[in-house]
Ligand binder design. Structure first.
Ligand SMILES: [Fe+2]
Ligand SMILES: [Fe+2]
Length: 296
């Protein structure tokens, strides 16, 4: 565990019973492909009486409070050297699967099953094989939790740091607790960025998206890399926010991020895929694009 995390209690590190609780919550906000969260649906969502909702709210309070511009730089410096661990790809899935839901080990599918269901749904629709691989790899960054990162620094909707927050980000009222909120330079429309600078120049809140993008960036086509890097940036791909930071390249890539999102959100099925049957296909696919080992 890294020193700076010692100030957090166990409850602050892991407010959710499992990482899946965040994704289940996203599904309630965006119940259908192409839905955006209208103010009415947001209100209904808030009023829905559910104890799980309180833990999600607490999760976002922590996320919005602690994901500062400096926090993101510190995590980038710490993780983007990829000097923590090196594993063969298939061992990495086993490593990821150590993330289990303590509260309900029987009902939730493990991480690998979610990845496989996502990739199989993409394959069934006849998309290119690199997109199937995106489906298989897209949540590999959740291993950050196994390196001791708090849940709110691994999952959660991502958003740009160093500029004004969109009020379309879930629970925007919690941003007032973020120390960046009192730094005027970070609270203008463009903040530390320039108009139309392109998302590649924008620092996003830290989480599994950026980490897996950096891990995969030499191995997949650009469209696939956008899917990885921005799949949790709901304020952009669902709500259409932050137009003023985009360049033409981002605008042309948005359709790919949107194409991927329903496979992530709506492919969950209680029936686990038949891995024995699928294994030869995936072994070939991984060998075609990825090196023998992955660096973490
Ligand atoms: Fe994800
Ligand atoms: Fe996912």
């Amino acid at each position: 565990m890294i020193n700076d995390q010692k100030k957090f209690t166990e409850k602050e590190l892991n407010p959710l019973s499992s990482l899946d609780v965040w994704e289940d919550d996203v599904l309630e906000r965006y119940p259908e492909p192409d839905t955006i969260a209208t103010s009415k649906s947001t209100e209904e969502y808030r009023n829905y009486d559910d104890p799980a909702r309180d833990t999600v709210k607490e999760f976002y309070r922590l996320n919005h409070t602690h994901q500062t511009f400096d926090f993101v730089q510190e995590k980038r410096n710490n993780y983007l050297n990829f000097n923590k661990k090196e594993m063969p790809v298939w061992e990495a899935f086993q490593f990821l699967n150590q993330l289990v839901d303590d509260s309900d080990p029987d009902t939730d599918l493990d991480q690998f099953q979610h990845l496989l269901q996502t990739s199989e749904a993409i394959r069934r629709d006849g998309h290119p094989d690199w997109m199937v691989l995106v489906g298989l790899m897209h949540d590999m960054g959740k291993v950050l939790c196994l390196f001791g990162e708090p849940q709110w620094a691994v999952v959660g909707d991502t958003f740009p740091v160093g500029c004004a927050y969109s009020d379309k980000i879930v629970y925007p009222e919690f941003f007032k607790y973020n120390s960046d909120f009192s730094i005027p330079e970070y609270q203008t429309k463009y903040g530390v960025y320039e108009k139309g600078c392109g998302l590649r120049n924008v620092n996003m809140s830290w989480g599994h998206d950026e980490y897996v993008y950096q891990m995969m960036k030499d191995h997949l086509p650009e469209e696939g890399l956008y899917m990885l890097r921005y799949h949790s940036f709901y304020a952009w791909h669902r709500e259409g926010e932050y137009e003023y930071l985009l360049d033409d390249h981002d605008r042309s890539m948005l359709k790919w991020v949107k194409l991927f999102n329903p496979y992530d959100l709506y492919s969950k099925n209680p029936e686990p895929p038949d891995w024995k049957k699928l294994k030869p296909y995936y072994e070939d696919l991984v060998a075609k694009y990825l090196p023998a080992t992955l660096k973490f």
